[in-house]
Design a protein around this ligand. Sequence first.
Ligand SMILES: NC(=O)c1ccc[n+]([C@@H]2O[C@H](COP(=O)([O-])OP(=O)(O)OC[C@H]3O[C@@H](n4cnc5c(N)ncnc54)[C@H](OP(=O)(O)O)[C@@H]3O)[C@@H](O)[C@H]2O)c1
Length: 338
Amino acid sequence: MSQELHHHTMRAVTYTGAGGREVLSVEDLALPVPGTGEVLIKVTAAGINRADLLQRAGNYPVPEGASEVPGLEVAGTIEETGAGVGNWDFGTPVCALLAGGGYAEYVSVPAGQVVPVPDGVSLTDAAGLPEVAATCWSNLVQQAGVGRGDWVLVHGGTGGIGSFALQLLKALGARPVATAGSAEKVQRSLELGAEAAINHREEDFVARMKEITGGHGADVILDVMGAKYLEKNVAALAQGGRLVVIGLQGGASGTLPIGKVMGKNAVVTGTMLRPRPAEEKAGIMRDVAEHVWPLVTSGAIRTTTDAVFALEDVAAAQDRFEEADRTGKILLVTGETP
Ligand SMILES: NC(=O)c1ccc[n+]([C@@H]2O[C@H](COP(=O)([O-])OP(=O)(O)OC[C@H]3O[C@@H](n4cnc5c(N)ncnc54)[C@H](OP(=O)(O)O)[C@@H]3O)[C@@H](O)[C@H]2O)c1
């Protein structure tokens, strides 16, 4: 990168306070300078995640040292490398998992969190992959040890995480079952690879899960509800089952039926990706590139882009994210919308 670029500013989104769409502002900020071990990415597109909306509402503190600019994932090209980073050439198409800073024209990120774009995926669609791929791989495979033939209950089968989880599980030979909030989303979950899908507004998922699995229950549950589903999730687990909580949409503290956990030799666990140390994120992204990207390239896992908005239209993009009929990912692009 030319020295001159350091004096340039970039367009970036900031939150001017905690609240709704009125706190969104697109501003000129100084270009980030990549530190030791970091690369500067010229952003083509950024993915929107639930965490960005929680942060906007003031319910998700920014981890220490992370950018105040929202955005946990991008795709783009290598613009510059910091000291100690030798293996990326200028202009290489990449995607990256971030601790923040994605809703911008440029972002600086530890090199270990940067991976090549899977073959066959556009630079725009690739922006929707790092966060969901890292979350699904680290929780389903590393945390819960999902194996072939395991029954896995995925709450919210058509969300960003859910859409990816169902496809990954099917590709790994597991037996995914989804919950979803409408007849259309039940249908979409089946298309994404669920063996069965349960309408969580109309059906009792504990009873349905027992029925679907012939009385066995869920070997693994990927939960995004937290407190509201804690007791029901434990009831839906099979012997030796693992419940992994990754979202708190139904509250942060509940009552854990410890006796049932003991009786089932079950594990109740949870993880949070964003504050994990850079080395751990790098390890996850290495695994993702090695084990998950080939599944994307083969077409076993498809990107699920719902809509693409210009960075300047971030308010409309986040509005769309919150609409009930949205499935899959919403992306922001720094250039022309496709
Ligand atoms: N811990 C971590 O590291 C980590 C990382 C990434 C994401 N997350 C969390 O994972 C969750 C999903 O993130 P996302 O970006 O995929 O958001 P998203 O696209 O908005 O997905 C949210 C999902 O929650 C489902 N849901 C809402 N109420 C439900 C209920 N009562 N029963 C079952 N499902 C319900 C929705 O399904 P319907 O619309 O069909 O009801 C939707 O599919 C969020 O809570 C996010 O904070 C955590």
